[in-house]
Design a protein around this ligand. Structure first.
Ligand code: PEP
Length: 251
């Protein structure tokens, strides 16, 4: 049985003080949540403060990116070990905004994933097609292409630790959610590819999150699909009550 997993991607929002205030609001709302794994991914500048605020709670901490090298002359970058020692268990990798604005490619996603796994982190790897690609009938080619690229050289023993987030680019921050049927169709496709790569046992252990305008009123239907094991939440993760309601919908 896969434990549902809901993570909040706070993107470039919240100062450290605002991040702590949001976590303080969230903690009591999620105090009784045991059926769902929960994480928040604030900006780097808030990680340590949020780690301290989360002490004693079951909410995990994640980063929004990670570099593939352990250290070196990479101005502005952060390594997996730095994240781990700042309290991060999770790292989002290959978010479509990073692919679009910061030149993340399947190759760099693969290198980041390899580094995160090597450090013992739980990576959340994002894949998803643009509207243009969907309309051109390229969903399968794009999503499976990104998946194959990300997983190059990743062994079955490490693969079950990976979380994959299917995030159709046209649904991110737009208010346009994929229908539960559209989302499930792609999730089933991803599960099928994972089976082909790693066999049924590993494929069945990997959590597949859906992301793209998930809100309290559409979360339950999405999460009820057989291959949707929770969500990666952007905008709604910035409101404690909405995020808590989405977490509850996954339980
Ligand atoms: C995201 O950024 O990962 C995301 C899914 O955003 P939103 O929920 O705002 O669409």
């Amino acid at each position: 049985m896969r434990k549902p997993f809901v993570a909040g991607n706070w993107k470039m929002h919240k100062t450290a003080a605002e991040a702590v205030a949001l976590v303080e609001e969230l903690k009591p709302l999620l105090a009784d949540t045991t059926q769902v794994e929960v994480a928040v991914c604030p900006p780097y500048t808030s990680l340590v403060a949020v780690q301290q605020a989360l002490a004693g709670s079951s909410i995990g901490l994640g980063a929004q990116n990670v570099h593939w090298e352990a250290s070196g002359a990479f101005t502005g970058e952060i390594s997996a070990e730095m994240l781990l020692t700042s309290g991060c268990k999770y790292a989002i990798i290959g978010h479509s905004e990073r692919r679009q604005y910061f030149a993340d490619t399947d190759e760099t996603v693969n290198r980041k994933l390899t580094a995160a796994l090597g450090a013992g982190m739980v990576p959340i790897v994002c894949v998803g097609e643009t509207l243009e690609q969907r309309e051109a009938g390229q969903i399968e080619a794009v999503v499976l292409g990104q998946l194959n690229g990300a997983l190059q050289g990743i062994q079955a023993k490490d693969a079950s630790r990976i979380v994959l987030a299917y995030e159709p680019v046209w649904a991110i921050g737009t208010g346009k959610t994929a229908t539960s049927a559209q989302a499930e169709e792609v999730h089933a496709l991803i599960r099928g590819r994972l089976k082909a790569l790693y066999g049924p046992e590993v494929a069945d252990a990997i959590r597949l999150q859906y992301g793209g305008s998930v809100k309290p009123d559409n979360a339950a239907e999405l999460f009820a699909q057989p291959n949707i094991d929770g969500g990666l939440i952007g905008g709604a993760a910035l409101k404690a009550e909405d995020f808590a309601a989405i977490v509850q919908a996954a339980g």
